[in-house]
Design a protein around this ligand. Sequence first.
Ligand SMILES: [Zn+2]
Length: 271
Amino acid sequence: MPELPEVEVTRQSVAGQIVGGTIQSIHLGKPLRWPLQTDPLSLVGKTIVSVGRRGKYLLFHLDAGCLLVHLGMSGSLRFARQLPEAGPHDHFTLVTQQGSIRLHDPRRFGAVVYAPGVDHPPATQLLAGLGVEPLSPDFDQTRFVKAMRGKRTSVKQVLLAGKVVVGVGNIYASEVLYLAGIHPASRADRVALTRLRKLHAAIRLVLQEAVAAGGSTLRDFSAPDGSAGHFQTMTKVYGRAGLPCLACGQPVTRFLQGQRATYCCANCQRG
Ligand SMILES: [Zn+2]
């Protein structure tokens, strides 16, 4: 599933190519998770002025309105000067005079939704309840520690829920908790203060590293230019069950939390 780093890599890759482009046509495939919420013809003639991101939503700001794009479980965006004919899994294509963007999404949990602005419905509903952006200056250590201490569920579940901080998906949750020395099953409100401070720093560090590495290429994610990310080759615990912990040599363990795989070193990671 594309997580925040993959969405950010997509944003960085696409923005420089498509900003300034005026929409010439929109081509829809099969229905996605949510409908576009406007007549595709009403978008023709609008210009893309910037490409932002909030959580896992890409925000294509138009000179009037905004397109919110979510990659869902299996989506990827592709940009090219000229794209080939749409295939059976291509469900949204936006053509400008500078080139085209296409959403390829075999499982169709992704979506492209139009809103008159990011502070108007349906954008407000889609973006409601998202935690702070981990790579923004708003990700404050004191506020993060306070928010974590107010949660009684496991620290990993709090991270995955995305209400305290967005973007720490399943791979990254195992990684940041390993760096902070926190056992993933620990209750968030019982984790020592020093470790929560370490966790705050680890979240920013790991997500920055993942973006710099081009994200993780799992299943069918690749950047819009077709290049593969390589963060998955840099993980310290994720995907390393049975292999020695890089710090202490004890085998890395794998278990399920909320049906998602968790990796940790039971020797290095505590409450
Ligand atoms: Zn260890």
